[in-house]
Design a protein around this ligand. Sequence first.
Ligand SMILES: Cc1cc2nc3c(=O)[nH]c(=O)nc-3n(C[C@H](O)[C@H](O)[C@H](O)COP(=O)(O)OP(=O)(O)OC[C@H]3O[C@@H](n4cnc5c(N)ncnc54)[C@H](O)[C@@H]3O)c2cc1C
Length: 382
Amino acid sequence: MDFSWNKEQLDRRRATVEFAERELNNDLVDRNRAGVFDADGWQKCADFGIFGLPVPEKYGGSNADLLTTMLILEGLGYGCRDNGLPFAINSLLWSVQADLLTFGTEAQKQKYVPGTVNGSLVGAFAITEPEMGSDAYALQSSAEKTDDGYILNGHKKYITFGPICDFAIIFANLNREKLKQWGISAFIVDTGTKGFTRGPVDEKIGLRSVPFGDLILEDCFVPEENRLGPEGAGASMFAHAMEWERAFVLVSQLGRMERQLKDCVAYARERQSFGKPIGKNQSVSNRIADMKVRLETARLLLYQAAWLKQEGKSNVMEAAMANLYLSECFTESSLDAIRIHGGRGILSEMEVERDLRDSVPGLIYSGTSDMQRNVIASLLGL
Ligand SMILES: Cc1cc2nc3c(=O)[nH]c(=O)nc-3n(C[C@H](O)[C@H](O)[C@H](O)COP(=O)(O)OP(=O)(O)OC[C@H]3O[C@@H](n4cnc5c(N)ncnc54)[C@H](O)[C@@H]3O)c2cc1C
């Protein structure tokens, strides 16, 4: 593996950091408290070209290679203090766009992908339901075939962008007689479609700037041309999206962890206690050393997963390891950051505690930590 970045790549990362610091951090404490989506920042990111990084030029993207894309998205996380916005962007890139580009017909790609690149279309990716999450193939949503399409019924839960999406990729079971995953199919449903409703924004512990909620399908007709991929291929499409999402959805968190570390070092050098900087106490400096080791280990795991994907090799094990480690260590480092900042660490205005809240959903989405361990263990033959 060779991660020696060239000047152009580093310039693009630097430009992204500067863009994010300049454009994406205004009124963050208030916005976070109110749980407001930064629609303005979203559009600015689209205009800056972030949504089109991994997308071919014919659909409006810049067709950047995967490692460069990772570096830029890491820069976004370094510059943007709102963890929700980068999470939402990564969710769009690595589930919605990834599946559309791989399984969509030419007409579907032309209709949906350019809009997700220029910011005019927000897409959601909906598999989870009230009665199942980790056991994704046990979904209950149904699709019934008609002469010219399908009738969908079901309830989707915890859907990123659910309350504001323009379209959603919905997974439903087309053939209940068939064993679990062999009946699952995917459909692109536009939000104006009769029988398709979106629930309100659910309030949550962290990532509060990302709207997230339910989608309801009641006798919702979807034309044949909106089926994504072949009938019954939904399970492999979901697995495909997970290979990308699991590996890369947390990439911007790396940047955030780097910024968190920098802030902690500065505070530990400046804050005085018993006549010396708190960083001169080994209990404090050890915490900071551990944060550094976590950051660099997480970075190596993630770039390893990206490099394998770029080389066209399987990265299932590496993606699970990267997701597990990066999510768990962001929580640990965020707690350490609070400890280092003492009382200031828990004040919303100081913007230290928000990382801990934002880190918690990372332990759940794209597969819980338990499920990542299951993937690793099963690939080890257990
Ligand atoms: C911020 C966020 C965004 C999300 N966005 C989306 C989205 O856009 N689209 C979408 O479809 N879903 C989304 N989800 C849902 C997410 O995928 C599910 O919450 C997740 O898969 C877990 O499912 P569950 O909540 O039903 O928990 P459950 O599956 O009920 O799990 C509950 C507990 O049991 C454990 N567990 C379950 N089965 C096993 C097992 N076999 N081995 C070991 N432990 C097990 C789990 O690890 C967990 O601790 C999102 C979730 C979050 C937090």
